[in-house]
Design a protein around this ligand. Structure first.
Ligand code: MIG
Length: 642
C-alpha cells in the first residue's frame, strides 16, 4: 500500500514515475510540525528496531544512532564523523518484527530536493526526527509485510533502474594522471602482458584541453577517433570524464553558447554565477531546465562521434573551489586585517576566510536556477543538480543510441537518476575500513534504485598496498561497477604494478567467470525492482545474529558474500544463517568446497581467493574466463552447486 502526502507546491523532481493521488499533510500519520520555514516529523524507535536506507551515506547498513544529511557534498574524507556524501537518497525503511508498527514494514520516501536532516536516534536513542529545510514536498509512505515488498513497491514508484551495456560488467582501470595516449597504452599493455582481464580505461580530466568539457588535448591524444577505434578492435573501451562546470573562455563554443543563450545558473542580479573548478572560472549549466539538458546532452555527441561509448560525470554536487564573489570578499577581509595586530580570533578569521571558500553555503545561496520562468535559489534544489546532469546525458544516449548502449555513471545523485545512469561512491581512501564502507552502501543504494554502482577499488586517496587492493578487488568481483581508480600523486595501483601479477589475475578471472551470473542477477533485480544485494535480516528476520550483521550480504537468491577486510588477516569470522557451502574461487579453479552448518565459523581465505557461500539447492553458473567480455563464452562451463 502506498500513500502520498503533499504540502505546499513541491518542486517537480522527476523521481516518481507513477501518479499517486495526493492527500493533505494533515492526514500524515506521524507526529509532525511546521516551524517557520521547516517541516519535521518524528517516529519512535523500539528496542532493537532497525532502520535501513539513505543509499550512499556514511556508517552502517542499519542507520540507527547517527545523524545524516541529504545534501550532496564533495567531501574526500569518508570518515565516521561525516553526515553526508555525494548523494541524496531520501528513502528509509523501518519496522518489522521488533519494530513499533505491529509487524508491518514501512518505507518513507521524501521527494524534496533541499536539505533534509535525518536524526535517527542520535539526539534521543528512542526517537527519529526528520527535518526538511522547506515546507513544499511530497512524502510517500509504503506499508508491506516484508522489507523486500516495501522496496519493490517503492521501486515501482520510481521506475526501472538503468542497465548498462554488457561490457560494463568487465573490469575497468582508471587513474587521475593518464596524461596521454601512451600512458593509456602502457596500462593496457601492462594488463595484457600480465594476462589480467580488462574491458575499459577511464580517462580523467587530463585528456581535455585545459579541462574544457567536450574538448580533447590534441597533443596528448592526437587522433582520439583512431585511438578509440584501435582500442575497440582490441576490446577496450575508453570512458572519458565530464565535469559539471563549463570553462569561461572567449572562443570556446560550449561556453559562448551557454552564455549567449542564458543557460548558466545566475546571481540574484541576473548575471552569470561564476565559480572556479579545475578549468578556472566556469559557468554551471542550469541542468534543471529541459532545454539546457537537451543542449548539454547533445554536446556528448562530440565524443560519441569519435566512437566513445562510456562516460563518468563528476563534480556535479556541484563542487565549487571558490566563487568570484567569495574570493573577492576573502581578499577584502585580508586587506582590512593587514597591518592590524592580529589576536588569535583575528588570525583564525583570516585563515578561515580562505580555507572555507570551497563548497561554501554562501555560494550555494547566491546561485539561482530558473524553473517555469521564475528564479529559484540553488539551496531549494541543491540535491537535483547532479541528478539532472546525469539525466541530460542519459536522455541523450537513449534517444540517440537506444537503451543499454552507453555506459554512464555519476558522482552526485538523487533518486530518479537511477533510471539514467549508475553511480560510483566517490573519493574514498586506500583504507581497510573502506572495503566495508563499500559493502554497506551496496544494499542501501540498491533499495534506492541504484544498481549499477561500486567504489574506487584499492581506494582513491592515499597509497594502496597489494594486499589491500586484492581484498578490495575480492569484494569488487561482485559489484556491478568494478573499477580500480586512484588519485593523482598516490602510489600507482594498477594490478600489474606490484611484482607478481598472478594473485590479481586469479581474482579478476573469478569476476569474468561470474559475469553471466552477475549480469543475470543484475537484470533480474532491474526488471523486478528488486535488490541485487540484501542485508541478511531481509531473509532471516528472526535470527538475532543475522539481523545485526554488517559485514556480509546476500547476493541474488543463491549466495552470500563475506569479504576479508582486515590487514594481515588470513581469514575472517563469518556467520551462516543456515547451512551453506563455503566455496573458494581462484583463477580458473574451484579451490575448495566445504559444507558448513548454521552458526559462526572462522574461514581461511588466501589473498588470491574469492570466498562465496552457496545456499542449499542453489546453483551459480561459471563460465570460462577471458581477457575481455567480448571474448567471453558465456556458456556455463561448470556449475557451482551442492
Ligand atoms: O577534485 O578529476 O571523484 O574520481 O579522479 C577532484 C579528478 C576531481 C574527483 C573525482 C575523482 C577524479 C578527480 N575528481
Amino acid at each position: 500500500m502506498i500513500r502520498r502526502f503533499t504540502a505546499g507546491e513541491p518542486i517537480l523532481t522527476d523521481a516518481a514515475v507513477r501518479q499517486i493521488p495526493a492527500e493533505s499533510i494533515a492526514a500524515f500519520p506521524y507526529p509532525h510540525c511546521r516551524d517557520g520555514s521547516r517541516f519535521s516529523f518524528t517516529f519512535p524507535l523500539e528496542d532493537g528496531e532497525i532502520v535501513y536506507g539513505l543509499g550512499e551515506a556514511p556508517r552502517g547498513i542499519n542507520k540507527r544512532g547517527w545523524l545524516y544529511k541529504s545534501f550532496c557534498s564533495d567531501d574526500p574524507f569518508h570518515t565516521e564523523d561525516k553526515h553526508a556524501l555525494y548523494a541524496a537518497h531520501n528513502f528509509l525503511l523501518h519496522g518489522g518484527p521488533l519494530g513499533g508498527l505491529g509487524g508491518i514494514f514501512r518505507g518513507i520516501f521524501i521527494d524534496f530536493p533541499a536539505e533534509i536532516v535525518w536524526d535517527i536516534g542520535y539526539t534521543r536513542p528512542e526517537e527519529a526526527v526528520i527535518t526538511l529545510d522547506g515546507t513544499d514536498f511530497d512524502i510517500y509512505l509504503i506499508e508491506e509485510e516484508t522489507p523486500r515488498a516495501v522496496v519493490r513497491e517503492f521501486r515501482a514508484l520510481i521506475g526501472k533502474s538503468y542497465i548498462p551495456p554488457f561490457w560494463a560488467f568487465g573490469f575497468l582501470q582508471s587513474r587521475w594522471s593518464y596524461y596521454n595516449a601512451d600512458a593509456v597504452k602502457d596500462v593496457i599493455r601492462g594488463y595484457d602482458e600480465a594476462r589480467i582481464p580488462l574491458d575499459g580505461v577511464c580517462l580523467d580530466i587530463d585528456y581535455m584541453e585545459r579541462y574544457k568539457n567536450f574538448t580533447v588535448n590534441g597533443e596528448a591524444f592526437p587522433d582520439l577517433r583512431r585511438f578509440a577505434a584501435e582500442l575497440k578492435a582490441q576490446g577496450i573501451h575508453l570512458i572519458p570524464i565530464i565535469d559539471a562546470g563549463v570553462k569561461k573562455e572567449d572562443g570556446y563554443g560550449v561556453y559562448e553558447e551557454g552564455r549567449d543563450r542564458g543557460y548558466f545558473c545566475k546571481n540574484a542580479d541576473g548575471s552569470d554565477f561564476e565559480g572556479a573548478v579545475w578549468p578556472g572560472i566556469v559557468g554551471f549549466p542550469d541542468f534543471l531546465r529541459p532545454e539546457v539538458r537537451e543542449w548539454f546532452g547533445e554536446k556528448y555527441r562530440v565524443l560519441t562521434d569519435l566512437g566513445i561509448d562510456g562516460f563518468w560525470n563528476d563534480m556535479n554536487e556541484p563542487a565549487i573551489f571558490y566563487s568570484a564573489k567569495g574570493l573577492k570578499e576573502a581578499y577584502e577581509k585580508a586587506a582590512r586585517l593587514r597591518g592590524e595586530e592580529l589576536d588569535l580570533t583575528g588570525f583564525f578569521a583570516l585563515k578561515d576566510a580562505f580555507a572555507r571558500l570551497d563548497n561554501s553555503p554562501d555560494d550555494y545561496a547566491s546561485m539561482f536556477h530558473e524553473i517555469g520562468g521564475r528564479p529559484v535559489n540553488h539551496l531549494h534544489v541543491h540535491n537535483l543538480y547532479g541528478a539532472s546532469m546525469t539525466r541530460a546525458a542519459g536522455e541523450f544516449f537513449e534517444k540517440e543510441f537506444g537503451k543499454e548502449k552507453v555506459l554512464l555513471f555519476s558522482r552526485a545523485s538523487y533518486i530518479g537518476a537511477h533510471r539514467h545512469g549508475g553511480i560510483w561512491f566517490g573519493d574514498n581512501h586506500s583504507w581497510w575500513q573502506h572495503i566495508l564502507l563499500c559493502l554497506r552502501m551496496l544494499p542501501s543504494a540498491n533499495m534506492c534504485g541504484f544498481l549499477y554502482c561500486g567504489a574506487d577499488l584499492g581506494g582513491f586517496n592515499g597509497d594502496a598496498t597489494p594486499d589491500l587492493l586484492l581484498r578490495f578487488l575480492a569484494l569488487g568481483v561482485f559489484t556491478p561497477l568494478m573499477r580500480n581508480h586512484s588519485a593523482l600523486g598516490t602510489r600507482s595501483q594498477e594490478c600489474f604494478r606490484f611484482g607478481d601479477p598472478a594473485p590479481f589475475r586469479d581474482i579478476i578471472q573469478v569476476r569474468y567467470r561470474l559475469i553471466p551470473y552477475l549480469y543475470q542477477t543484475f537484470r533480474r533485480a532491474a526488471e523486478a525492482g528488486d535488490m541485487m544485494f540484501r542485508p541478511l535480516s531481509f531473509d532471516y528476520p528472526d535470527d538475532p545474529i543475522a539481523r545485526e550483521c554488517e559485514t556480509q550480504l546476500l547476493l541474488g537468491e543463491e549466495c552470500m558474500i563475506a569479504p576479508v577486510c582486515e590487514q594481515n588477516a588470513s581469514g575472517r569470522t563469518v556467520y551462516l544463517p543456515e547451512e551453506m557451502c563455503f566455496v573458494k574461487l581462484s583463477g580458473e579453479r574451484i579451490v575448495s568446497k566445504e559444507v558448513l552448518p548454521k552458526g559462526l565459523h572462522y574461514v581461511r581465505v588466501a589473498l588470491n581467493e574469492v570466498p562465496l557461500f552457496l545456499k542449499k539447492g542453489k546453483t551459480v553458473p561459471l563460465c570460462r574466463p577471458a581477457l575481455r567480455t567480448a571474448q567471453l563464452d558465456t556458456e556455463t562451463s561448470e556449475n557451482l552447486t551442492w
